[in-house]
Design a protein around this ligand. Sequence first.
Ligand code: AMP
Length: 185
Amino acid sequence: MGRETVFIGFGSNVGDRLDFCDRAVTLLSLLPHSQLLGVSLLYETEPVNDHAQPGDGWFLNGVVQIETDITPNSLLTILREIERALGRDEENRSGPRTIDLDILFYGQRIIDEPDLAVPHPRMHQRRFVLMPLNELDPLFLHPSLQRTVSQLLAEAGKQPEVRLLFPQPSTRYGSRPACSQSPGS
Ligand code: AMP
């Protein structure tokens, strides 16, 4: 199977959000048979999802672009393991999130399985996903909607509020030394 370009969204709204995002990006940069191609800036998003509870903080969100040989289902398993390793509370999945990881795009593939839908079914409505995606690849085509990321962003509603985190962290997370960059790995 050939390498595919994959975009993974990450978000955290509890505890040391920056550290959770940093750890998640670092782990994603270490995936075998993969290469980290890019990491977006960080965005802050108002928590207005259906299950938001009083006291939930603003989310930190961003997107990672990788190139990988890992199959979509294996990647999903790995993302769940990273979520678990970073302490997501499985008993209260809609509550505060130490880290949430979503497969947004897997190349131009369309996957519709009970536990995996790609492109992520709500991504085209979410500015906290579209803004970082637009930084990384504005012309990437949504395979089922046949619209580019920048078109989807222009069409998305303005709520909830999403703003660039300012200042951005001084250390570029994901830039820790051990990124898997060995050719052919
Ligand atoms: P959530 O609690 O919203 O993070 O949902 C996590 C669950 O959504 C996972 O256990 C997956 O089975 C399912 N899921 C379906 N499509 C995707 C996707 N594209 N990326 C990540 N999880 C997905």
